[in-house]
Write a protein that binds this ligand. Structure first.
Ligand SMILES: Cc1ncc(COP(=O)(O)O)c(C=O)c1O
Length: 385
C-alpha cells in the first residue's frame, strides 16, 4: 500500500470483533488471567495495551520499520533511546537541534557518564573527523531539517559513515513525518518523533514514538519502555491514530502554505535572514529534494533591527504566539527564550539562534490570512513608528 492509504488503513485497521472502523480505546490497566499462568497476550497496560499497539504498528508501517513503540512524550521517546547507551559512550549531535534533546543529554545523561559532541552534521567531513578521533562514539543523533535553523543533513551519507564505524544513526523525524521522509529507508537505524506535532496535528496531545529496523533493537527498547514506564495512554493513542489519518492532506497544505509564506518573507524588508529548505538558495536544498517528498511547514527568520521582536510577536492576531509546532493552526515562537532557552547563550549565538530569530509553524489556514497577520505585526513591531 502507498503511504496515503497506509495513513488510513495501516497498523490495526478497525476492530475485528465488532467491525468498528476505529481501533477501540482499551481504557484498562490490567487483564483477567483465565487460568494460572495463562493470559490473553496482555497482562498489564504498561507492558502492552491494544490501543497503544494500534499506533505502534501504524507508525512502524509508515516508517518502514519492524516495530514501533509509543511513549508519553517526544522526550520520553528520546530518553528511552538514549538509555540504550552506557557510561563512557559518546553521542554525536547536530549543532542545532531541539533544546530539550540537548538539555536531557547535558543535564541528565552527562551525569550518568554518557557524553555528547556537537558537530555540524550537515558537513559530512566534520562528522568523519569527529569519528576518526572519537572511538567512544556510539551513535549519531540528527534532526533534518534541524530545529530551528533548518540545516539539512544527508541521511544516506551519515548512515553509511555510521555503519562503517559500527555505530547507530538516530533521526528525529518530527519536522518531516514519514509522509515526507523515511529515514530508515535511507539507512538510519532508529527514528524518533515528537508525535505531539504533525503526527497528532491538532495541538491536543503530548506523545512520542520510536521506530526501529531490527528486532534486537526493538526487544531492547521494549524492555526499556516497560522497565522505565513512560508509555502512551490508551486515549492519547486513539487520538494519535485519528490525527494520522489526515496527515497526508495536512502536510500537503503545510508545504504549500509554507512555500507561499517563504516567498512573501523573501522579499520583505523587515526580514534580515530567512531559513526555509524549499528555497533554492537554502543550503542543502538539493539534498532535501532528494531525500524528502516536500519541504515541510517550518520557517525561521531573523527580524531586521528596525523591528522590536517582542512587539512583533505579541502583535500577531491569527498566528498564535506559543511553544510547539505542527498543529493545524499557525504557531510562532522565540527560540532563544523558549524552545532553545536551555542551550547556553554562547552556543546559541555561535550557531545562529540569535535574539531576533523567530520560528513560524505555518498552519493550514488560508495563506493570505497568515500573510495579512504577519504584515500587521511587522507594522506594529516597527521601532520609532
Ligand atoms: C524536533 C523535536 N524533537 C523532540 C521534541 C520533544 O517532544 P515533546 O515535546 O513531545 O516531548 C520536540 C518538541 O518541541 C521537537 O520539536
Amino acid at each position: 500500500m502507498k503511504t496515503e492509504t497506509l495513513l488510513i488503513h495501516g497498523g490495526i485497521d478497525g476492530d475485528e470483533r465488532t467491525g468498528a472502523v476505529n481501533v477501540p480505546i482499551y481504557q484498562t490497566s490490567t487483564y483477567k488471567q483465565p487460568a494460572f499462568g495463562v493470559n490473553s497476550g496482555y497482562e498489564y497496560s504498561r507492558t502492552g495495551n491494544p490501543t497503544r499497539e494500534g499506533i505502534e504498528k501504524l507508525i512502524a508501517e509508515l516508517e518502514g520499520g519492524i516495530g514501533g513503540l509509543a511513549f508519553a512524550s517526544g522526550m520520553a521517546a528520546t530518553t528511552a533511546v538514549l538509555t540504550l547507551f552506557k557510561s563512557g559512550d559518546k553521542i554525536i549531535i547536530s549543532d542545532n537541534l531541539y533544546g530539550g534533546t540537548f538539555r536531557v543529554l547535558d543535564k541528565v545523561f552527562k551525569g550518568f557518564g554518557i557524553s555528547y559532541q556537537i558537530v555540524d552534521t550537515s558537513n559530512i567531513a566534520e562528522v568523519r573527523g569527529a569519528l576518526e578521533t572519537g572511538d567512544a562514539v556510539k551513535a549519531i543523533f540528527i534532526e533534518t531539517p534541524t530545529n530551528p535553523l533548518m540545516d539539512i543533513t544527508d541521511i544516506k551519507e551519515i548512515s553509511k559513515l555510521a555503519k562503517k564505524y559500527g555505530i547507530l544513526t538516530i533521526v528525529d523525524n518530527t519536522f518531516m513525518t514519514p509522509y515526507l521522509q523515511k529515514p530508515l529507508e535511507l539507512g538510519a537505524d532508529i527514528v524518533v518523533h515528537s508525535a505531539t506535532k504533525y503526527l497528532g496535528g491538532h495541538s491536543d496531545l503530548i506523545a512520542g514514538l520510536v521506530v526501529v529496523k531490527e528486532q534486537e533493537l526493538w526487544d531492547k527498547l521494549h524492555f526499556i519502555q516497560n522497565a522505565t514506564g513512560g508509555v502512551l495512554a490508551p486515549f492519547d493513542s486513539f487520538l494519535l491514530i485519528r490525527g494520522i489519518k489526515t496527515l497526508g492532506i495536512r502536510m500537503d497544505r503545510h508545504n504549500e502554505n509554507a512555500m507561499k509564506i517563504a516567498n512573501y518573507l523573501k522579499s520583505n524588508e523587515n526580514v534580515r535572514r530567512l531559513y526555509y529548505p524549499g528555497l533554492e538558495e537554502h543550503p542543502g536544498h538539493e539534498i532535501q529534494k532528494a531525500q524528502a517528498k516536500g519541504f515541510g511547514g517550518m520557517i525561521s527568520f531573523v527580524l531586521d533591527e528596525g523591528i522590536d521582536y517582542k512587539r512583533f510577536l505579541t502583535s500577531l492576531k491569527l498566528v498564535t504566539f506559543g511553544e510547539s509546532l505542527g498543529g493545524v493552526e499557525s504557531l510562532i515562537c522565540h527560540p532563544a527564550s523558549m524552545t532553545h532557552g536551555s542551550i547556553p547563550y554562547e552556543i546559541r549565538q555561535s550557531v545562529g539562534i540569535v535574539d531576533n530569530l523567530v520560528r513560524l509553524s505555518v498552519g493550514i489556514e488560508n495563506a493570505e490570512d497568515i500573510i495579512e497577520d504577519l504584515n500587521h505585526a511587522f507594522r506594529e513591531g516597527k521601532i520609532n513608528d
